[in-house]
Design a binder for this molecule. Structure first.
Ligand code: ADP
Ligand code: MG
Ligand code: MG
Length: 199
């Protein structure tokens, strides 16, 4: 079972990964965006990590709802409200249980991903974070490692796609041939789950 500490460590690991990968995420956001994806997420997840350290919430749901709210309030770019909604709605779906199973997390994340789809209007194949999140949530029913592999595959598979949502969509055909930064960071988020489950 996964407790509040597991979720706090997930957010902390994600913050460390985002710090480490910030340059790469921003580099991916250069040809098809405005070169800020790494710094956007760094700002957001640093705030999340600091807040969770200062006052650790008591339940998995509370960890995620608080993290989501912070992402929404600290990240200026499109990814802030989108990742914020993902975590907030996933947290809400977990309710106030003190421990949840991987299957329950998979179910809650599906609710969160659906909320992101509704907010941003992106479907699979539109070259966004959705392309990593949807297969990850599907695979999370099987195992953490399957979810990580599915998210990574989904992120890589955005390269030949033409962007239909977000800034990259302004480029039309010229968005083809570049991996989507948000799908890449979504794969990092999911990879963090595996790191914490194996720690
Ligand atoms: P901004 O584009 O405002 O600078 P970021 O660079 O932080 O924001 O995030 C860009 C990423 O956000 C994209 O790579 C994409 O994955 C994701 N994104 C943008 N718009 C949408 C949307 N409508 N639905 C889902 N994801 C989106
Ligand atoms: Mg950007
Ligand atoms: Mg921006």
């Amino acid at each position: 079972m996964l407790d509040a500490d597991f979720f706090r460590r997930w957010m902390a690991v994600t913050s460390v990964t985002v710090d480490r990968e910030a340059e790469r995420l921003t580099a991916l956001d250069s040809p098809i965006g405005d070169a800020d994806h790494g710094s956007n997420l760094q700002r957001g997840f640093s705030a999340v990590r600091a807040a969770l350290n200062k006052e650790p919430p008591a339940t998995p749901g509370a960890v995620l709802t608080q993290s989501g709210r912070l992402l929404i309030s600290t990240v200026g770019g499109a990814s802030g409200p989108l990742y914020g909604t993902l975590l907030r709605r996933t947290g809400k779906a977990l309710g106030d249980a003190t421990e949840v199973s991987r299957e329950q997390l998979a179910e809650a994340l599906r609710t969160g991903v659906d909320a992101v789809r509704q907010l941003g209007g992106a479907a699979p194949g539109d070259k966004t974070m959705i392309d990593a999140l949807v297969p990850a949530v599907e695979a999370l029913g099987d195992s953490f490692t399957a979810a990580r592999a599915a998210a990574e595959e989904g992120a890589v598979a955005t390269t030949p796609l033409r962007a239909r949502k977000g800034r990259a969509s302004y480029l039309g055909e010229r968005s083809i041939g570049h991996q989507d930064p948000g799908a890449t960071s979504a794969a990092l988020l999911i990879a963090g789950l595996v790191d914490v489950s194996e720690a």
